[in-house]
Design a protein around this ligand. Structure first.
Ligand SMILES: Cc1ncc(COP(=O)(O)O)c(C=O)c1O
Length: 491
């Protein structure tokens, strides 16, 4: 095995820890010391304040500012990560969510306004999706999928119907098969047609008495709205199976089309995609599950009820529920930010956001298909998928072009996904982007396509000038550097 050497030699990456910047007497804040005043004599010594770093306010701010510059984010420029919907996170959401930070979850009186707006959010989401009931607690999209599949499993169990298979189109999101497997089902892949649509006739061939559900991502991961969704729902229902919709791409159709009207029985939303809440390094997110009436009894606890003795209350246990999937109120600050997003935009604004998301994606698609391969020319909504087929002739691959985009100040698009497109470049600009930024991105992609012909070696070496330049990914995978000390062996 080669010697473990740091992944990068860039000095910026060696930002010290706060504890290393600490020095005696450098405090920026003096914490009141009730212990010293003898007011808490019975508190054990072990509960004395911990040894926090001693560092001044300005040094702290500079530390975090330097760290933030090592990364990129939506506040720096367009972040066209397909399927992730990296849209602007409105600051008003942060401001309002910060106001609930002091409410203790066990303080029922203080919780009343929180429960009231959670009920309003729930009703808003149900209305937008055309569903009868919902649970706000799952903490991410995949968590919502798992919850939905557990709800379906419970419904089947209670009707004494032992079904094992869940059908999943090849254009579904990758988490779908993992979620249904964790819920105890076996996933069965159903190929889509050459135009990217799932064909009802192909589905029909897979239907038998062991099919519990179809899990369909709609619009799918090619950005295509499933044309035969009504017929697909009818076929499933006639077979005694459920239609689960991964609604994480709802940002393409909110205010325009409702999954409940298409025959969907159960679905989830990704609030951290569609409703403009931050993704924040893998979380916290929020993946509410919405169901038709027949599945409502099995939704997770607790339930919010309007007419409890003290006002709005929480029912901890309901007889047929699958149980709890998250502590108390889920990621409540994320829920509040999503509610602020809905209220700020209003019904017309939400619809407008979907229209703009589709318009922005189609503007880029029209510009980029002139220089890149567009494997599925089918009309798309909020995202689209290119491939590296043209540039590969000169030896330039998707990874080279994604890395090169960083030199232009853009986060790369999603790459090598969906799997139905070899060398996929999946682009989702979202409705947040002004046309100037879209044009800047299209120009950068065009420039990269030209460099693929004239100077491919420069693209193989990209990115240059970023805090971490091109790394040897195979080396890095085999020599994982997982702790700060590994990166700084001298410390
Ligand atoms: C279509 C789709 N489904 C499911 C998920 C999974 O969501 P999460 O990453 O919040 O678990 C995503 C994530 O972006 C998605 O795009």
């Amino acid at each position: 095995m080669p010697d473990p050497t740091p992944v990068t030699s860039c000095p910026m990456v060696r930002e010290p820890l706060l504890s290393e910047l600490s020095g005696p007497g450098r405090n920026g804040l003096t914490v009141p010391r009730p212990f010293a005043a003898g007011r808490c004599a019975d508190i054990p010594a072990a509960l004395n304040p911990p040894a926090l770093p001693e560092i001044s306010e300005v040094e702290t701010v500079r530390h975090y500012t330097r760290l933030s510059r090592l990364n990129t984010g939506i506040d720096q420029g367009m972040y066209p990560l397909g399927s992730c919907t990296m849209k602007y996170n409105p600051r008003i959401g942060e401001e309002i969510a910060s106001r609930i930070a002091d409410i203790h979850p066990a303080d029922e009186a203080a919780l009343q306004p929180v429960l009231a707006w959670l009920l309003d959010l729930k009703a808003t989401l149900e209305d937008l999706c055309g569903m009868d009931d919902s649970c706000l607690w799952p903490a991410a999209g995949a968590h919502g999928e798992l919850t939905g599949m557990l709800v379906i499993r419970e419904a089947l169990r209670r009707r004494g119907d032992d079904r094992h298979k869940v059908l999943i189109p090849d254009t579904a999101h990758g988490t779908n098969s993992a979620s249904c497997t964790i819920a105890g089902f076996t996933s069965v892949n159903v190929p889509s047609g050459p135009d990217g649509f799932l064909k009802a006739a192909d589905l029909e061939r897979h239907l038998d008495g062991d099919v519990a559900a179809l899990m369909i991502t709609n619009p799918n991961t090619l950005g295509i709205f499933e044309q035969e969704i009504d017929r697909i729902a009818s076929l499933l229902h006639a077979n005694g199976s459920f239609l689960y919709m991964d609604g994480a791409n709802m940002n393409a159709i909110m205010g325009i089309a409702r999954p409940g009207d298409m025959g969907v029985d159960c679905m989830h939303l990704n609030l951290h995609k569609t409703f403009g809440t931050p993704h924040g390094g893998g979380g916290p997110g929020s993946g509410p599950v919405l169901v038709k009436r027949g599945l409502a009894p099995y939704l997770p606890d607790p339930r919010i009820v309007r007419n409890a003795p003290g006002g709005i209350g929480l029912v901890a246990r309901s007889p047929e529920s699958i149980g709890m999937v998250h502590s108390c109120l889920g990621n409540v600050a994320v829920l509040l930010k999503a509610f602020v997003y809905c209220l700020s935009l209003g019904p017309d604004g939400l619809r407008e956001a979907s229209i703009r998301a589709c318009l922005n994606a189609n503007y880029l698609k029209e510009r980029l298909k002139k220089v890149f391969d567009l494997p599925y020319p089918t009309p798309t909504l909020h995202e689209f998928v290119l491939s590296d087929r043209v540039q590969k002739v000169a030896g330039v691959t998707t990874v080279d072009m994604a890395k090169a985009l960083m030199e232009y100040g853009f986060h790369p698009p999603t790459v090598y996904f969906p799997l139905v497109v070899p060398g996929a470049i999946m682009i989702e600009p979202t409705e947040s982007e002004p046309v100037g930024e879209l044009a800047r991105f299209a120009d950068a992609m065009g420039d990269i396509a030209s460099r693929a012909e004239t100077s491919p070696d420069l693209l193989h070496a990209a990115p240059r000038g970023t805090p971490v330049e091109r790394i040897d990914e195979v080396w890095a995978a085999r020599n994982l550097v997982l702790t700060w000390n590994d990166l700084n062996p001298s410390r």
